[in-house]
Design a protein around this ligand. Structure first.
Ligand code: ZN
Length: 277
């Protein structure tokens, strides 16, 4: 099952067609908010009964973030071996956790306004919480995930690295700094979340190309580590880290240009296409 928001309403997606969930369920599920994530198993069962002729074509430019305003947005730093190496930093022995404030979240085709000439790219696998997680063991971690999607953890490096110690939150939270989508893909559609190609590009130029097999802390391990401290709520999202190839650690450093479109993908989950202005 693939779930997206079209304008402000949740839809089940099949290729280039979609079903409005609240309308087709006669109001059993709410059109927006956290209801569908809180009742993910029930939604999955209902969606499997939808007839093929219920689906209608839709305009992809009307896709919005799969979760409009998550209550919590977690980011994980240095979670790919190749990215830790390019950053000249040791692999962490516990996840490095920061927040992106929820107002930065935007959709898969949204135009992103660059606030400066120091905005870097970080394509990421994003986990979306279904069932509330509180002190969950790693071997039960997947039970609390509704599905996976694609994200860009855009980062203003000057703000992020200013001052005597880096402070990640603000530098990663300008409006538009959290493109996500195009859909939350349920786990039954993903053969092996630990072996997915992930990358991003500008035009013909590949900026990042990695694989989730290079993750240091897997998605279920992150659920265990995070939920040991913060309860995770339905609709919360976790940016699980970026592979090698970011611009800030290059010689000389490189950042996103205005006028281009940043394309980001995870194998099997779809792609983001975000024009930069
Ligand atoms: Zn990141």
């Amino acid at each position: 099952m693939r779930i997206s928001r079209i304008d402000t309403r949740y839809h089940v997606i099949d290729g280039d067609t979609a079903v409005d969930i609240a309308t087709a369920s006669n109001g059993r599920f709410a059109p927006d908010g956290f209801d569908i994530y809180e009742r993910w198993a029930e939604l999955t069962e209902w969606a499997s009964t939808l007839p093929g002729d219920a689906y209608r074509p839709f305009d992809p430019d009307r896709l919005r973030a799969p979760v409009a305003l998550p209550r919590q947005v977690f980011g994980i730093g240095l979670n790919y071996r190749d990215h830790a190496a390019e950053s000249n930093l040791a692999e962490p022995d516990a996840p490095l956790v920061f927040t992106k404030f929820p107002t930065c979240i935007t959709g898969p085709t949204a135009t992103v306004t660059l606030p400066s000439d120091h905005v870097d790219w970080e394509v990421e696998l994003v986990a979306v919480i279904g069932k509330r997680a509180d002190h969950v063991a790693e071997d039960r971690g997947w039970d609390h995930i509704a599905g996976l999607t694609v994200g860009q953890d855009l980062s203003e490096r000057k703000v992020q690295l200013a001052g005597p110690a880096p402070q990640f939150g603000l530098g990663k939270s300008f409006p538009g700094f959290g493109p996500t989508g195009p859909a939350v893909v349920s786990l039954d559609e993903i053969a092996d979340p630990g072996n997915l190609e992930i990358g991003c590009s500008l035009g013909d130029e590949v900026l990042q190309k990695g694989n989730t097999s290079d993750l240091i802390f897997s998605v279920p391990e992150l659920i265990a580590r995070l939920s040991a401290i913060c309860p995770l709520l339905p609709g919360d999202i976790i940016f699980t880290g970026t592979p090698a190839g970011v611009g800030g650690t290059r010689t000389p450093p490189r950042f996103l240009p205005r006028g281009a479109t940043l394309v980001s993908y995870v194998e099997g989950l779809g792609e983001l296409r975000n024009p930069l202005v």
